[in-house]
Ligand binder design. Structure first.
Ligand code: HEM
Length: 398
């Protein structure tokens, strides 16, 4: 069914709600019902829903860590090893980030995106302009795979649809109520990651400084540690983007902004930021309490878990509003804050701008509509399973 412009925000928000519920049928409604800025939830942890408090937790790495009980390290270290940024703290973490930073400068990011996606974006625009209907989720997946493969030194053919499906069986099994994977889940996850091993080891041995394994080798990290990092980048750098890009295009189509932006690009950056605020692709962050501290009016003790509900903290305004741009006041909270702020954010932004430009250029030539879509069920990162975008048909405009 083609999305029409009537009651645009309501349609957009209804779909957003559906996407979140399909991914997390139990956790989402439970968290979304919390109205207090901080609430201790038995069996889950202390849930933070207020943007200022959430940022304060992220900035205080002495009290709140990504290592320890209930933290991301408990979840991912058994699969990826101990040195993959997202499960590190302190000087080692800082040093590894410093070494990887040159891969994410504006110049490095635009070079990798131009090299890997220049042609696919041009082809996307041409296909849409010619009236072809495009499956956006598959398109986003191909684009994100090409970039991440180049970044971690894998042949593009390795990060294919099959690997994505395999990775989804790992991430899809993660539940907020279970801080650790079961031994069987760990075995399965390690098996999936092992599919990357041979290629990642070759990248490490080549030592190309344009890749993550090459940089890690320069830092003196061994082959094994580098393999974990390759897995971590494939995990963090693909699902979020593959989920966000189709959600953004749907939001723009549902609210009439696809048309507006195609004629006047002045609000493109605000629309991307508002899209990130409304969708918050990485909806929750986790921390473990390292020393007694206070979050709002709740005292938390070492070993307790903090659940940072970023998707709720980002709800500072209803709907999607690139003109008022409430997102601006959140300082990109959807990418985190402080020491663990998303390392791949510049690369994500370059990919988002590139794909949106291709779609807007096509929209300027041939008005587009979302012809069908399906929310993905039981996934870690909420998103669509399928979104078909194509020219508005005669019947739909009549
Ligand atoms: C729309 C897309 C993306 C979103 C919303 C997103 C969101 C986030 C967030 C919220 C964090 C911080 C987590 C925390 O503090 O617990 C993070 C960390 C990270 N992200 Fe992203 N991310 C995106 C895309 C990417 C891409 C494309 C890459 C890689 C190329 C990437 C690589 C990383 C890495 C390596 C970290 C860990 C940084 C550290 O712990 O020091 N992300 N991301």
């Amino acid at each position: 069914m083609v999305t029409r412009a009537a009651a645009p925000d309501r349609t957009a928000m209804r779909w957003e709600e559906r996407v979140m519920r399909a991914a997390h049928p139990l956790a989402y409604p439970m968290l979304a019902s919390i109205t207090r800025p901080v609430l201790r939830v038995p069996g889950l942890g202390t849930v933070v829903t207020d943007a200022a408090l959430l940022r304060a937790v992220l900035m205080d790495t002495a009290s709140f860590a990504k290592t320890g009980p209930g933290s991301p390290s408990e979840l991912w270290t058994p699969v990826l090893g101990p040195r993959v940024l997202l499960n590190m703290e302190g000087a080692d973490h800082l040093e590894l980030r410093r070494r990887l930073a040159p891969l994410f400068t504006p110049a490095a990011v635009s070079a990798i995106v131009d090299r890997t996606l220049g042609e696919p974006y041009a082809s996307l625009r041409e296909r849409l302009e010619s009236g072809e209907r495009v499956e956006l989720v598959a398109e986003a997946r191909r684009c994100a795979s090409s970039v991440i493969s180049a970044l971690v030194g894998l042949p593009a053919s390795v990060v294919d649809d099959r690997l994505f499906r395999r990775i989804a069986t790992v991430t899809g099994a993660v539940r907020l109520s279970r801080p650790r994977m079961t031994p069987a889940q760990v075995r399965h996850a390690r098996g999936v990651m092992a599919e990357l091993t041979g290629h990642a080891a070759a990248a490490w041995r080549r030592g190309d400084p344009e890749t993550v394994p090459g940089r890690m080798r320069e830092l003196g990290l061994d082959e094994q540690e580098s393999l974990g990092a390759v897995g971590a980048f494939v995990l963090t750098g693909t699902e979020t983007l593959v989920a966000y890009l189709p959600r953004l295009i749907c939001l723009l189509a549902d609210t009439g902004w696809l048309r507006r932006l195609s004629g006047d690009r002045g609000h493109v950056d605000a629309a991307i930021a508002e899209g990130l605020r409304v969708t918050t692709p990485s909806p929750v962050m986790l921390r473990s309490v390292a020393r007694e501290a206070r979050v709002g009016d709740v005292v938390v003790r070492p070993g307790e878990r903090i659940v940072l509900a970023t998707f709720l903290a980002d709800r500072i305004a209803p709907g999607f509003d690139p003109i008022g741009n409430p997102a601006a006041s959140l300082r990109q909270l959807w990418f985190g804050a402080g020491a663990h702020f998303c390392l791949g954010a510049p690369l994500a932004m370059a990919q988002i701008r590139g794909m949106l430009t291709a779609v807007l250029d096509a929209e300027a030539v041939r008005p587009l509509a979302v012809h069908s879509r399906r929310a993905a069920r039981g996934v870690l990162i909420p998103g669509y399973r399928s979104v078909v975008l194509g020219g508005v048909s005669e019947a739909a405009t009549a």
